[in-house]
Design a protein around this ligand. Sequence first.
Ligand code: ZN
Ligand code: ZN
Length: 342
Amino acid sequence: MRALVFETFGGPLTVQDVPAPDPAPGGVVVEVAATGVCRSDWHAWQGHDPDVVLPHVPGHELAGTVAAVGAGVRHWRVGDRVTVPFVNACGRCAQCAAGEHQVCARQTQPGFTHWGSMAEYVALDAADVNLVALPEDLDPATAASLGCRFATAFRAVAQVARVRPGEWVAVHGCGGVGLSAVQVAVAAGARVVAVDVSAAALRLAAANGAEHTLDGGGDVPAAVTGLTGGGAHVSLDALGAAATCENSIRSLRPRGRHVQIGLLPPAQGRPAVPMDLVIARELQVLGSHGMAAHTYPELLGLVAAGRLRPQALVTRRLPLDEAGAALAAVGRDPGIAVVTRG
Ligand SMILES: [Zn+2]
Ligand SMILES: [Zn+2]
């Protein structure tokens, strides 16, 4: 099969012919129809993820069709259209038994713990636990974003922060996951302040319902506090950087909730978390890591009803031959880039 391969961290990204995977017991192989280009793939390429073994094929945000089924899989057949949360849970550990598959103790992740979906085929573990059936009318490029960015934003806003109507939500970083969070928060009835250093990203945030947009280069906490009459109820670091993490926490009103969505790999340095404010304002500092497959029906229902429009965030469709350049340029162009077949 053809796949995007890197053989050194930060080195060349080339499309090569490599052996196609076989399904593991309990797993499937999916023929990839679409795969998003996400900042986490960039981290994998840069060597920020200790799970990645070279040579490596990135890609974890996918939609496609089941092409082969491993022994013991009960619920899936060749030809089924699916997506999958990027955290593939084991289904058997204590976290899984509690329904918290997104923090499974024995999780695998395509594109990190094994070869990913920037390829014609990808192997996925524990299919009965992790696969999500796609509605007929959801196109593959849109569906792919449900594997990582859109679902991650949905979980952060709806399940972790539990955003309520009328609350102020500040979104720091308006890449794919940040724009998704803007859209989900607006749909939940929140008032959104979107922050980014890119004017184009802020225009997309406004188009997705942000009430205010702020340039990230200034005194962001002061500006958010002014616009929201005392600070945001909920603030999200949707980028994953020391500055956006700290700005997010400093943007909160008393008893506000910060949710960390963007990765903060230690290789990029540790953020300075203002714990003095955490105690003085009784802030909550929360993490959000993907979304369990069994909670997808709520998200898919809102998409089917037109309340959420992930398709509005897919701004570029590329062939696999252009995936390497897009991965190297993550963050340069606003919106979500998706590698599509054919
Ligand atoms: Zn588990
Ligand atoms: Zn991702």
